[in-house]
Design a protein around this ligand. Structure first.
Ligand code: UD1
Length: 421
């Protein structure tokens, strides 16, 4: 297993280029199952989760390959409809083949995803939406077994205890495009990745309106064609590099980025003293040599503050002035990074779904363990500013979501390396 070793304290300077969005690429690749024609998806990040999605497609009998940042899928007349536990257990997002398989094959058997370290991950909204379209769904031997003679458009309210759901919206959207008649998804997720998926489906011939708003209208069509499409930049990777500049008091130009997908983050950072400008798809970030101000963050569905940036923002708050409060409203147990940050000298305690952080002047490097994808990124940020050496183990989580992160950081001056354990 690989480890990342960081010698902290270097302000980062230079240019970083952002990769395509993992969370947009995964459902878009799954959506190719809706056609029999060839699809080409560009700007796809070379990440473990993407490779897993391609393996699922191949396991269904679909020709799927990746060359650089380009994925080519040739579904032809694939016959299989089972997404095995061995894939779903390593990547929860595998569930987004459920909607397309059901719509195209009229049956799907997808392993139930388990919980994960960031908390409970129920699938009730996925099932509610697909049942409303006419699917018959049972849970059998750990699998979601779905079938339908015909899918019919319906008005579906897709809200749960924690608001909208990104992948449930994706699944229902991908089924409704081939259903008979009109579907209205109310309380749909508004994330940019949903807009990207809808735009890809539209290129395939789907009729969709309202993507990016809580009400999405779909008029079903009989068939979809192949399409070529380029995925949006990864907003969470972008946000993480913005914080790398902010936490080290450095100065970075972040290219191929979309600032309009990061308003909640940019607003908070500007309030606490980070200087940010934007032109021609490049974000310019300038940190401060002295400590930033404290912050008050609550994660919410888009366009609120993203839960996928909470851990990284907490790393920044540990070296900010005064007391910060970070509240999780999407995954209330998503705080595995707290104890590791505390091992590095942070002063954080948990109160329900809130973390109270007393800013300290400096963190000190330590051996730490990554628990999940975004927690790994938070530990890297902490390591970049900590005094001395930080050794992060279990970084396989990182390879699920950040393309070449240590290479990108090394190019802008970070003393970071990957070693085999
Ligand atoms: C997606 C993202 C993930 C991000 C999350 C929230 C992908 C591949 N992953 O995950 O990185 O952290 O959105 O922005 O895009 N819920 C239910 N019932 C359901 C489904 C979800 O109650 O059937 C709850 C969840 O437990 C959570 C909330 O809804 O509290 C939001 O989760 P959801 O948007 O579904 O997350 P994912 O789509 O799995």
């Amino acid at each position: 297993m690989d480890k990342i070793i960081i010698e902290g304290g270097v302000p980062l300077k230079g240019t970083i280029e952002i990769s395509g969005a993992k969370n947009a690429a995964l459902p878009i690749i799954a959506a190719t199952l809706l056609t029999e024609e060839k699809c080409v998806i560009k700007n796809v990040p070379a990440l473990r989760d993407v490779f897993t999605m391609l393996k699922i497609l191949r396991s269904l009998g679909v020709k799927a390959q990746m060359d650089g940042d380009r994925v080519t899928v040739e579904p032809k007349k694939y016959k299989r409809y089972i997404a095995d536990y061995k894939f779903v257990s390593t990547m929860r997002a595998s569930i987004c083949v459920l909607g397309p398989l059901l719509a195209k094959m009229k049956q799907a058997k997808v392993s139930m995803p388990g919980g994960c370290v960031i908390g409970q991950r129920p699938v009730d909204l996925h099932l509610k939406g697909l049942r409303a379209l006419g699917a018959n769904i049972k849970i059998e031997h750990g699998y979601i077994v779905a079938s339908a003679k015909k899918l019919r458009g319906k008005n579906i309210f897709l809200g749960g205890a924690y608001g909208s759901s990104v992948l449930a919206t994706s699944n229902v959207l991908m089924s409704a495009v081939l259903a008979q008649g009109r579907t209205l998804i109310e309380n749909a997720a508004c994330e940019p990745e949903i807009i990207d998926l809808a735009n890809f489906l539209i290129k395939m011939g789907a009729k969709i309106k309202g993507q990016g708003t809580p009400i999405v209208e779909i008029e079903g069509v009989k068939r979809l064609n192949g399409a070529t499409y380029s995925v949006i930049p990864d907003r969470i990777e972008t946000g993480t590099h913005i914080l790398a500049a902010a936490i080290t008091g450095g100065e970075l130009s972040i290219k191929k980025a979309r600032i309009d997908h990061l308003s909640a983050l940019i607003d908070k950072l500007t309030q606490i003293g980070v200087k940010i400008k934007y032109s021609n798809n490049t974000i310019y970030v300038k940190g401060k040599a002295s400590a930033l101000k404290s912050m008050d963050i609550t994660t919410l569905p888009y366009p609120g503050f993203p839960t996928d940036m909470q851990a990284q923002m907490m790393a920044l708050s540990t070296v900010s002035d005064g007391i910060s409060v970070l509240t999780e409203k999407i995954f209330p147990d998503r705080f595995m990074h707290v104890s590791e940050l505390n091992r590095m000298g942070a002063n954080i305690f948990l109160e329900g779904a809130s973390a109270i952080v007393k800013g300290s002047k400096r963190l000190s490097g330590a051996p730490v363990m990554a628990s999940d994808l975004r927690a790994s990124a938070a530990l890297i940020l902490a390591g970049l500013v900590a005094k001395g050496k930080t050794e992060i183990s279990r970084i396989y989580h990182l390879d699920r979501g950040y393309e070449k992160i240590e290479e990108k950081l090394m190019k802008v001056g970070a003393k970071i390396k990957r070693v085999k354990e």
